[in-house]
Structures are given as structure tokens and as C-alpha cells.
Design a protein. Structure first.
Lengths: 513, 389
């Protein structure tokens, strides 16, 4: 394997940002016709590295070689011209344009100064045929599925003649079926002589599809390995720097009494029904997982329970007491903990200090307030206890909470919400954007709360998370729980079928167990 | 991990935070110096020696006790209006309506001051002050009610109510409460357009007697009065409310992130309502130093512009009650010094306006620079704390 063989060679790239070294002497090479995975935790430097390769950032040190020649791109346009195409995690498509129009946007075939749409459609159809990408060139983007939209993104880079295609976390938005289809496409691309760089932190997927894997940790390359010669366990260790517990230890709890019950809950947003006749029961000592493709009512479900969104009809009961449309403060007073899905928008007041955020919501309790005065000493002490118990890393409890990393911010929210021994915990996307270590921690906390008798409602877009943490699973689609499964009878394919609406309206007996 | 070792570390971390507080406090001083340097350019262009101008400004302002008293007198209404604006800012509302609110406060105070007779001072004066606060709060009620119930933006309504307040005041003074008892010497002009004089029992005494105790003797014409002390006390009160009470915590949380507040069980609409009424009540006191401590009556030429100046004061004072006291004093000094250089150095009064504008700009920029620097430093420290274990 000579160096000249490499399509892409990254040589000693270093990139510093104020306060962090995002990439530290990173070197690896990508061979022609391979699927090369780049894995690492959040903050390991994957995105920065890709931005350097595609010319968005200049490196502080080091060089990039493309087919043996130095390639210091100063803009993404130059990278595209050199045959590097990037498929971003968040699609950049014009919703009310057709597939063909989106593909040619910025490189339109023209005849006498007019865009030749027929020629465009023909070229796009030809690309689809050649690479086995099934999508209708004349369909509007807003009408097609997320998986199809991703194919449009891939078509865009193929249309521009890319032969090195970088995909940034491409499976994050896909359901299991779509992931399988994507992987088939990647293999087709490979057969057609394209080279693929696949960025991910999902180890199972990486092991399934890649030829070689480069692992990044804290901005450094830990190593590049052949996929056949490595186990998942070993890969995780390389990523995290220590052995990782994959199978969360869970004791078989007999489920207790119902704590939270929703019956026929319906809610609407701007005239559109976002929750339809939704019913579910969460018992003490169990985790009920709500699986679903995002945008099917998960956000609204959480907000309806918390009194943040009015319910039109139906009933929400907490330990038998009707809490439908009760103000948030009163819902919380009844022993409800809430981990909001967007910690920046709903969870924290970022410019405020750690201690202020840590007591928010309980600041009027007799513990922190007496005779109209905040007891700062108690607030500090309680915050310090929480910080130590939940291992929140920080410089000062007087520092603004925005100086904390995402994982530590989430731990702080957990510490705050778990303080009063809640009877019911509503956790919405609790590990989103967290690294492996923090994710593991959050899941364990949820399970230990369950073990001590709390009822947990877990809403997550991460199917793997749902499957590993939940005792029972309900699939939400179009604002309705379509099906329920116990943990042992749930498998990703069946769940996936319900998540996409391919199968509907069926209720298994698990609820009555 | 020993508990002792851990808490030691936390103590060290607390110390780190004070370092930034000092930096935060020093930045406005640097900004003022910078603004003075830039203003020097303007002075040089009009052919003046900046050093001499600034020296005159300082010597004129601080040369005599009554001149210093004048600075404090000028600063008094600005402390109130700065606080009123800051309370709004802290909850995330832009109270442009302090201008109208203080006029209405002054009107209600003036009415309570002349219409109620025969009360002893210790009852009458507090009552009149309360009337001022009530006037301001009433004028703030309309915009905040529209905001909370109907989602009307407070900037629009408060601006419109400023005009309404002024015109209403004209009507009330001229057509309803005009003092008809004024004796005009034949052929010596027309009577003043003003309301009847406020009872002596509702006047705010000046600080002469109190200062005499400390050996400071002010000439009779100095107007600085007890409302200066009142303003400082109110600043302490606002500070306490914001930083030491549960309501203050709610107010600031709503100001930073109303959705997070809502999620924590706070009702943002209620907090907006209370905080804005408070802002209006404080605004209602802005005019009282002039009304009760100087003129003794409300006329058509009652000083205007304190409300808008209050926005600048709050900005320069960084919405901090103590910062606002200093900012108000700075503006008082600039205004007094501006008078001095106009008379003694023949520098146009506009120079003072230029300097004031430059200072506001510099402080805003400097505070942003410091904020970013501190944020970057804290992130770095946080990253270091990460690596530590």
C-alpha cells in the first residue's frame, strides 16, 4: 500500500479554536473505492476535520493531498470542483422545488440562457439509474420521504462529478429500513468506483458497511483499523478511552400501579391535530419508551403532559388525579420531573449561573425561600451536592451555565429534576447530542430511578436507546400510539414498520400485562 | 475523594469568579477614557486644546460645593429613570414609556400635593410619593395589559402613550387644574400655565441641614434634596429584589429565557405583568425631585427627556442598580461640566452631547468585548476542569 494509492491523504492536520485543539496532528488516508468510516464521540473533531477537507476552514498546520497532489482548498466550491462532495446531516434542499431542480441548482444545464429542465430531468434520471437510487426526478421535495431526500443530496454531489463522497452522520434522521437502503446505495457507489467517507458515532452501522475505520478521540487519531479485524467492544474502547458498558444492567421489576395515564388525548396546533386520541399508561417501576420518527407528536405529547400545551379533549391522570390542562407549576408540584427535549430552549437559562439554574422550579420551596428571601447558602449547598452527586464538571457554580459542555448541562438538568424523588419522570430525547460517557450516565440514572419505583416515560428518536432502556414500547405515528410491545417482543424491523406508518392500528396485549 | 478536598476546590472556583467581576467593573472606566480620547478629535477640529477643556470640565464641576451639589441634583431623576428602564430590561421588556409614565406620575403627585390639605408632612409627603408611583404604574398598566392579553409589542404602545401623556398633561394643566389664583402685575405678561403650588407639607426638604452636620455648607440655591438618598435606597431595594428574592430570580429567568421559565413552572405572563408595573411605578418617581424638591408646582415647561436619558443610563450602568447610580452621576457630571466649558472655554454645548454619545457607544462595545473574553476564558477553564480528573 503506497501513499500514492490514496485518494485522500490527511497529513498532520492541526486546528485550534480558542480554548480547544479541535484537531491535533491528524493523519489518515482514504483508498480509492473503499468505504472509510470516521468515528468518534461528539467533540472528537470529526466535523472540524471534514470542514478542513472541504475547504470551509484552513488548517493551522498540516496538509491535505488529493490523489497525491497538495490540495489546499480555500472554499467548498474548489473542493467540489476537485471532486469532493459532502452530504450534510441537515439537508439543504428547497422544499417546493422538484428533485431535478434541486439537483441542478447552482450548476444548471442551460440552452440559450434558459434552464433546460427537460435535459436536467433526463440527466438526473440517468444518474438514478446508474447508481440505483430510486427517486422520481419530477417529484417535489416536500412530498418525498426523508430517505428519498437524502438520496437527492447524494444525487447533488454525484451530479457535480464527485468521486469522493463524504456523508456526515447520514443515518441520524433515518428509520431502520431507510438505513438498510442507504447502505445498499453506498455499496453501489463503491462498485461504481466512488470512494465514500462515512462519519458516524453509531458503531453497529459502521461495522456493517465500512472497509476501514479511523477512530478520533479528543482531536487525535487513535488509529485506523480494518473493519474485519475489530469488535464493537474494542472500537468503543478506542473511542472513549476506557471499557464501555453496553448492556445496561437491569433487574426484572414487577410493574407496579399506574402512575401516569393518558386517555384519548387530543391536541391541535394551528387547526392541525398533533395528538389524536392518544392513550397510554406508565406504571411505577417501569420505563415506557415512545418510539417514532420525529415530528409525529412527541414534542406535543410531552408538552401536553406538562401543561405547556392545551389539551382539547381526553384526560391525563397522575396517580388517579386529573391533571389535564393544569398549569406547569402545579403539575411539577405533584412529583413530576421533566427533562425537556431541547435543553437550551426549555431546560436552562443559559446566561444565568449554575446555582440559579439548579434551583429553578424549586426556588419557592421552603428549602430555598423563607419570608420572601432566597437562602443563598442553602441554594449553594444544594447545588454543590447535586454537582458532586451527578458528577457535573464545572469551574464555578457562580459561572453562567452556558460555559458548561452539553453533557454537563444535561447532567445539571438531571440533578435538578431528580432532587425531589419524583414519582414520574418525563424524559424527552435525554441523550441527544451527548457523548458516549454522558449518554451511558443518563440512561443509568433513568434506570436507577425506575428501580427505586419511579415511573419513567422516555421519548426518544433513537431506536437503539428505546430498545435498550424501555420495559414497554409504544410507537407513535401521526399523533397516535399505533402499537405497543413489551421489551422482549420488540424488534427494530417491526417497530420501524409502525414508525413509518407502513403498518397501523394494532394494539398488542402487552398493555394489560 | 475527601469531602474536604472537594469543597476546597469549590472555594477556589468561587474565587475565580470574582476575578471576572473586577474585570467587568473596570471595563466602563476604560470605555470612558476611550470616549474622551475620541472626543478630543472633535475638540481639536474646532481648535480647542482637549486637555484644557477636560481640565476645565473637572475644575468647574468639582471646584465648588454647589457645583458638586448640582451634579447630584441632575443625577437624581436619572437614577430613578435608569432603574425603571433596567427593571424592564431585566425581565426582557423594553420600557420606552418611562417618559410618559413620569409625566403622569408627576401629575398625580402634583394633584395629591395641592388638593390634599392639612396633613402633617410625615403623612402627606409619603402619600404624594405614592401617588407619583401610582401614576407611573397606571400609565404602564395599559401597555403591559395589551402585551400579556393581546400580544401587542410594548415598544409601540409605550411610544404612543408618551405622546398621549404629554398631550393629556397639557390638557389637564391648562384646562382643568390651571392655577387661577396667580396674581399678575399689570402689564407684566401673562400668568404661568401651571397647577396650583404644592402644599409645603408635601415638599421634599433639601440636604443642607444634613450636610451641615458633616461640615459641608451649601449655598441656599443648591437644589439637591432627600430624593437623592431615596433614589440610592431604591437602587439598593431593586438590587435586593433582583438578586435576593425568589421573585427576582423569576424575573431574571423570564428575561433570559421565558420558555425555560415556563417549563420550570413559572408563569411568564404574570411575571411580565408585575415587573412592568414595578418599572412604571419607579418611573412615576422620576419627576418628583424637580417637582417636590425644586419647582414646587407642575407647569407646562416641566423638565422632559429624563425617560429617554434613563435608557442611556441603564445601558451604561449595565442594568445593574449600582452601575446605574454611577452612570447617573456620570451624566450629571457631563451635563454640569458641559455647562462649564461652554461658559469658560467657549466650547459649544453640543460637545457634551458628542461625549455622551461616544461614552454610551464605547461602554456598550467594551462590555461586549469583556463578555466574550470572559466567556472564552470560562470555557477554557471548564475544558481544563474536564481534563483534570
Amino acid at each position: 500500500m503506497g501513499v500514492s494509492e490514496a485518494v485522500l491523504r490527511v497529513d498532520g492536520v492541526t486546528k485550534r479554536f480558542p480554548g480547544v485543539v479541535a484537531n491535533d496532528d491528524v493523519s489518515f488516508d482514504v483508498r480509492p473505492g473503499e468505504i472509510h468510516a470516521v468515528v468518534g464521540e461528539n467533540g472528537a473533531g470529526k466535523s472540524t476535520l471534514m470542514k478542513i477537507i472541504t475547504g470551509l476552514y484552513p488548517p493551522d498546520k498540516g496538509e491535505i493531498f488529493l490523489r497525491g497532489l497538495p490540495a489546499a482548498f480555500r472554499s467548498p466550491r474548489q473542493a467540489i470542483a476537485a471532486g469532493i462532495g459532502m452530504v450534510h446531516q441537515h439537508f439543504m434542499l428547497v422544499q417546493n422545488f422538484t428533485v431535478a431542480e434541486n439537483v441542478i441548482l447552482g450548476a444548471e444545464p442551460a440552452r440559450r440562457g434558459l434552464i433546460d429542465l427537460r435535459e436536467a430531468a433526463r440527466q438526473v434520471a440517468e444518474l438514478c439509474r446508474r447508481f440505483g437510487l430510486k427517486v422520481d426526478p419530477l417529484a417535489r421535495v416536500e412530498d418525498i420521504s426523508v430517505g428519498e431526500q437524502q438520496r437527492v443530496e447524494i444525487l447533488k454531489v454525484l451530479y457535480r462529478g464527485a468521486d469522493l463522497i463524504i456523508l456526515d452522520e447520514p443515518t441520524a434522521v433515518l428509520v431502520p429500513q431507510e438505513v438498510s437502503e442507504l447502505f445498499e446505495h453506498l455499496l453501489t457507489l463503491k462498485e461504481q468506483g466512488k470512494t465514500v467517507v462515512f462519519i458516524s458515532h453509531k458503531l453497529d452501522e459502521v461495522l456493517r458497511v465500512s472497509d476501514r475505520i479511523t477512530v478520533l478521540r479528543r482531536g487525535r487519531v487513535v488509529g485506523t483499523v480494518r473493519t474485519g479485524g475489530v469488535t464493537r467492544q474494542r472500537l468503543a474502547e478506542m473511542m472513549v478511552g476506557r471499557p464501555v458498558l453496553f448492556d445496561l444492567r437491569r433487574s426484572a421489576n414487577p410493574p407496579g400501579d399506574p402512575v401516569l395515564a393518558l386517555e384519548g388525548v387530543t391536541a391541535s396546533l394551528g387547526g392541525r391535530e398533533v395528538l389524536r386520541d392518544l392513550s397510554l399508561v406508565v406504571r411505577s417501576g417501569e420505563v415506557y419508551g415512545v418510539a417514532g420518527v420525529e415530528g409525529n407528536g412527541q414534542t406535543e405529547l410531552a408538552e401536553a403532559i406538562m401543561g405547556l400545551r392545551p389539551v382539547d379533549s381526553g384526560e391525563i391522570r397522575l396517580r388517579g388525579e386529573n391533571i389535564t390542562n393544569l398549569p406547569t407549576g402545579e403539575v411539577r408540584q405533584r412529583g413530576v420531573a421533566y427533562i425537556p427535549e431541547d435543553r437550551h430552549r426549555r431546560g436552562l437559562a443559559l446566561p444565568m449561573t449554575v446555582w440559579e439554574n439548579a434551583i429553578l422550579g424549586t426556588h419557592r420551596s421552603s428549602e430555598f425561600a423563607s419570608r420572601g428571601r432566597l437562602d443563598l447558602r442553602r441554594a449553594f449547598r444544594a447545588t454543590e451536592e447535586s454537582v458532586l452527586r451527578f458528577d457535573v464538571r464545572l469551574t464555578s457554580i457562580l459561572a453562567p451555565v452556558q460555559t458548561l459542555s452539553g453533557g454537563n448541562q444535561q447532567k445539571l438538568i438531571l440533578a435538578r429534576e431528580f432532587r425531589g424523588q419524583p414519582a414520574f419522570i418525563l424524559a424527552a430525547q435525554p441523550t441527544r447530542g451527548l457523548d458516549i460517557g454522558a449518554t451511558e450516565f443518563v440512561r443509568q440514572q433513568l434506570l436507577s430511578a425506575r428501580d427505586s419505583g419511579a415511573a419513567v416515560l422516555l421519548i426518544s428518536a433513537d431506536l437503539e436507546e428505546i430498545l435498550s432502556v424501555s420495559d414497554r414500547i409504544g410507537v407513535i405515528y401521526n399523533g397516535h400510539i399505533q402499537a405497543e410491545f413489551s421489551q422482549d417482543e420488540a424488534d427494530p424491523r417491526t417497530l420501524g414498520a409502525y414508525m413509518t406508518g407502513a403498518r397501523t392500528r394494532e394494539r398488542k396485549g402487552a398493555a394489560g400485562r | 475523594m475527601t469531602p474536604g478536598g472537594k469543597s476546597l476546590k469549590l472555594a477556589r472556583r468561587l474565587k475565580g469568579a470574582t476575578k471576572y467581576a473586577i474585570l467587568d467593573a473596570v471595563s466602563p472606566i476604560v470605555a470612558v477614557l476611550f470616549a474622551m480620547a475620541v472626543a478630543s478629535i472633535a475638540l481639536v477640529i474646532i481648535g480647542k486644546n482637549p486637555f484644557q477643556v477636560y481640565a476645565t470640565m473637572v475644575s468647574f464641576s468639582f471646584g465648588r460645593a454647589d457645583s458638586v451639589a448640582s451634579i447630584f441634583f441632575k443625577a437624581t431623576p436619572l437614577i430613578f429613570s435608569g432603574l425603571a428602564v433596567a427593571v424592564g430590561f431585566r425581565v426582557g421588556l423594553f420600557n420606552i414609556g418611562v417618559e410618559g409614565q413620569y409625566l403622569m406620575g408627576a401629575f398625580l403627585a402634583s394633584w395629591a400635593g395641592f388638593a390634599i390639605k392639612g396633613l402633617p408632612g410625615y403623612v402627606h409627603l409619603p402619600l404624594v410619593i405614592l401617588a407619583g408611583a401610582l401614576g407611573g404604574a397606571l400609565w404602564a398598566f395599559v401597555p403591559i395589559w395589551l402585551k400579556v392579553k393581546r400580544g401587542v409589542h410594548e415598544v409601540i404602545t409605550t411610544i404612543m402613550l408618551n405622546h398621549t401623556a404629554f398631550l393629556l398633561l397639557h390638557y389637564l394643566i391648562f384646562d382643568v387644574f390651571m392655577d387661577k389664583s396667580q396674581v399678575v402685575v399689570g402689564g407684566a405678561g401673562s400668568p404661568r400655565v401651571r397647577m396650583p403650588p404644592i402644599e409645603l407639607s408635601a415638599r421634599v426638604p433639601n440636604l443642607h441641614d444634613a450636610l451641615a452636620v458633616f461640615g459641608i455648607n451649601l449655598p441656599a440655591h443648591a437644589a439637591v434634596n432627600w430624593l437623592l438618598i431615596g433614589g440610592i435606597a431604591l437602587a439598593v431595594g431593586v438590587w435586593y429584589l433582583l438578586w435576593r428574592t425568589p421573585f427576582g430570580l423569576e424575573l431574571r429567568t423570564v428575561g433570559h429565557n421565558p420558555r425555560a421559565a415556563e417549563t420550570a413552572g413559572i408563569r411568564p405572563q404574570v411575571v411580565y405583568f408585575k415587573a412592568f408595573l414595578l418599572s412604571g411605578a419607579v418611573a412615576g418617581l422620576v419627576g418628583l425631585s424637580d417637582l417636590l424638591g425644586y419647582f414646587g408646582y407642575l407647569d407646562i415647561d416641566f423638565p422632559r427627556g429624563y425617560g429617554f436619558a434613563g435608557i442611556a443610563v441603564a445601558l451604561v450602568g449595565r442594568n445593574s442598580p449600582f452601575g446605574i447610580i454611577l452612570a447617573a452621576l456620570l451624566f450629571g457630571f457631563l451635563s454640569r461640566g458641559g455647562l462649564g466649558i461652554q461658559v469658560l472655554e467657549r466650547v459649544p454645548m453640543e460637545t457634551y452631547v458628542i461625549l455622551q454619545g461616544l461614552i454610551i457607544l464605547s461602554i456598550v462595545v467594551a462590555s461586549e468585548v469583556v463578555r466574550r473574553y470572559v466567556r472564552a476564558q470560562q470555557k477554557k477553564e471548564e475544558a481544563a476542569a474536564h481534563a483534570e480528573p
